[in-house]
Ligand binder design. Structure first.
Ligand SMILES: [Zn+2]
Length: 225
């Protein structure tokens, strides 16, 4: 299984003119991996303008995935076991069709469209994710709003929204990976799985945050006493 460093080395080792053309076109790559229960590397292909969103997606894969409850991750065990070793994500702002993401039948991202020794014989899958659509997505209108009201104060609310955005990106990534691995599974069941993952992960985050907050309050009260 190649490491993120090996993929980065491969990208750097391409001919100078190829890298020059890629750099001038604004294309950038960020390589990361799941840290628990999954072996796939995730390669985020993005414009230099969307580096911040690419970073959020990488954080979701590296950190938020590891922080969700074991039982939520378990629902993707079989999918991630069978997932391509390299998952290429073309990060976009929007899609004309309005979708949050799609799986691709063929890998089109140039450096990954053909097999290379650096990939260690791993299969490659590709998808796109439209980050502005994901940010505006009303995933679960009722519970998202109900949770929102618990985080009304400034910085906590920003932190909540950042976390919410990352969990949405993660659930779209898992949803499209599900399509790649089981192309015949109906959209409805794939959608139910990814929404359940998002709902549970967000609820866990809120529960942990509320627990953390009440702990702080308890401590400051005991100091007064
Ligand atoms: Zn779908």
């Amino acid at each position: 299984m190649p490491t993120p460093a090996a993929i980065e080395a491969y990208l750097r080792a391409r001919p100078r003119w190829v890298r020059g053309v890629q750099w001038a076109s604004g294309r950038r790559y960020r390589v990361t991996r799941f840290t628990q229960r999954a072996r796939s590397l995730v390669i985020v292909a993005h414009s230099f303008r969307d580096a911040a969103q690419a970073r959020e997606l990488a954080l979701a894969v590296e950190q938020d995935w590891a922080a969700v409850a074991e039982r939520s991750r378990e629902t993707y065990d079989e999918i991630l076991l069978k997932a391509p070793g390299l998952l290429v994500v073309q990060l976009r702002r929007s899609n004309i069709c309005g979708c949050l993401g799609h799986r691709h039948v063929l890998v089109k991202e140039a450096p990954f469209a053909e097999a290379h020794d650096a990939f260690g014989g791993e299969s490659i899958g590709e998808m796109d994710i439209a980050c502005e659509r994901v940010a505006a997505w009303q995933a679960l209108p009722l519970s998202d709003t109900a949770l929102d009201t618990r985080f009304l104060e400034g910085s906590r609310r920003e932190e909540f929204h950042a976390h919410q955005f990352r969990l949405r990106l993660l659930s779209v990534l898992l949803h499209e990976t599900n399509h790649l691995v089981f192309p015949r599974e109906p959209e409805l069941s794939i959608r139910e799985r990814s929404l359940a993952f998002y709902r549970d992960a967000l609820a866990q985050y809120v529960a942990n945050d509320v627990a953390r907050l009440s702990l702080t309050i308890d401590r400051s009260f005991s100091r007064l006493g």
